[in-house]
Write a protein that binds this ligand. Structure first.
Ligand code: S3P
Length: 429
């Protein structure tokens, strides 16, 4: 257990690239494993979650090699996985578990997949229901929790209307659909991140996607690709948050993913007055990327609700932690999903922001955080409850608080951004 002390002040200056996008890395690795031939993936995420995906693929007999941030994968084809001898461990990664479950549903063997204490408390009925409708047999712990025991086989195509906005559920059903007879469609209540659709098209699957619906034809063989993962915008926002709070900051983030299904957070920050400038836009394999420049600047505050909450679900902890430094505070609504992330993020944010003296209230589906009129934040002992995004969000708030804050079990940041604290130190030097 590593404590990190955060002294306030300093300015963030200079330029940095970000580790590869976590969501895209998972998808490229999984599709490369299902493809025929040798794929090369550059800037593969350093996130522990993406290492979990590789170790599961390794346990399935996939030939892969990791060299720094480059992964080489010799695909096994749609039906070439070796039945796993022991339960697969997805660690802390919901994406690993839910996407692999979709693939396992179409495999002619039984597999068991589980994860750490946090993952074993996360809801899986959301994937068990559609996969069962497609013909898989899935046993879970009481209440629909992992471990999941999946007996796959011949699947039938379905049209699935998702009751909740979730890119993981959408991706799980599309990956099962890849193995089904006929065309499987997923209809979303809110358009969530579309990395699976883009990656499937890139690897040669027959997929048609419009905002709100994706349809995949079963049985399309995938072919190997050489791909470069863009930097992770969801990690970049923590450095951006720090730059916005620290006077004198001027930061340039290079090669950051700018897929429009992920950039709602940038729109919201700009609407709050954040001095953010984007340049060098380019698209590789359907995934836009570019440079982000951000300077220190006062923030007005505001309300995130409706579809916007779903579209910046991973950035909401950072926004909540900026709340006490804004003119009017920040309110987040329609974000019940925060309660079933790596921890209950609404409870964890309210608890830790209050420890720092902020005025924060939890709502059933969100949080209100009062702005500057509620007074300055002061140093505190932070308990991130093992959640990477809580640890990083609170570290950013600590940079603009009075006194030295301690982030307990700070190593959990490695789930998405292992170099976060070191990068912060380097850019503040
Ligand atoms: C992800 C989707 C989101 C997000 C998670 C990554 C993905 O989860 O919170 O960090 O890669 O598909 P949900 O699909 O559960 O909303």
């Amino acid at each position: 257990m590593t404590d990190r002390k955060i002294a306030p002040g300093g300015a963030l200056r200079g330029e940095t690239a970000l580790p590869g996008d976590k969501s895209i890395s998972h998808r490229y690795a999984l599709l490369a494993a299902l493809a025929g031939g040798k794929s090369e993936i550059e800037n593969y995420a350093s996130a522990a979650d993406c290492a979990s995906t590789l170790s599961c693929l390794d346990a399935l007999g996939v030939n892969l090699h990791l060299d720094g941030a480059r992964v080489t994968i010799r695909g096994a084809g749609l039906h070439g996985f070796r039945p796993p001898a022991t339960p697969l461990d997805a660690g802390n990664s919901g994406t690993t578990l839910r996407l692999l479950a979709g693939i396992f549903a179409g495999q002619p063997f039984e597999s068991v997949i589980t994860g750490d204490d946090s993952l074993r408390r996360r809801p899986m009925r959301r994937i068990i229901d559609p996969l069962t409708r497609m013909g898989a047999t899935i046993a879970s712990e009481e209440g629909g929790f992992p471990p999941l025991r999946i007996r796959g086989g011949r699947l039938e195509a379905i049209r699935y209307e998702m009751p909740i906005p979730s890119a993981q559920v959408k991706s799980c059903v599309l990956l099962a659909g890849l193995h089904a007879g006929g065309s499987t469609s997923v209809v979303e209540p809110v358009a969530t991140r579309d990395h699976t659709e883009l990656a499937l098209a890139e690897f040669g699957a027959h997929i048609a996607a419009t905002a709100g619906m994706a349809t995949i034809s079963g049985g399309s063989e995938l072919s190997a690709r050489s791909l470069q993962v863009p930097g992770d915008l969801s990690s970049a926002v923590f450095l951006m948050g720090a730059a916005l709070l620290l006077p004198g900051s001027e930061l340039r983030l290079t090669g950051v993913g700018l897929n429009p299904t992920r950039t709602a957070v940038l729109d919201f920050l700009v609407a709050m007055g954040a001095p953010i400038c984007i340049s060098g836009r380019r698209t590789l394999a359907g995934e836009p990327r570019g440079e982000i420049e951000v300077r220190y600047g006062p923030l007005s505050g505001g309300v995130v609700s409706g579809a916007m909450s779903a579209r910046m679900i991973d950035e909401l902890p950072m926004l909540a932690a900026l709340g006490p430094f804004t003119e009017r505070g920040i309110t987040i609504l329609d974000a019940r999903e925060l309660r079933v992330k790596e921890t209950d993020r609404i409870a964890a944010l309210v608890e830790n922001l209050r420890r720092m003296g902020a005025k924060a209230e939890s709502l059933s589906d969100g949080i209100t955080v009062a702005g500057r009129e509620a007074g300055p934040l002061r140093a505190a002992e932070i308990d991130p409850h093992g959640d990477h995004r809580i640890a990083m969000a609170m570290a950013v708030a600590a940079l603009a608080a009075e006194g030295e804050t301690t982030i307990h079990e700070a190593e959990c940041a490695a789930v998405s951004f292992p170099a976060f604290f070191d990068t912060l130190d380097r850019l503040r030097a």
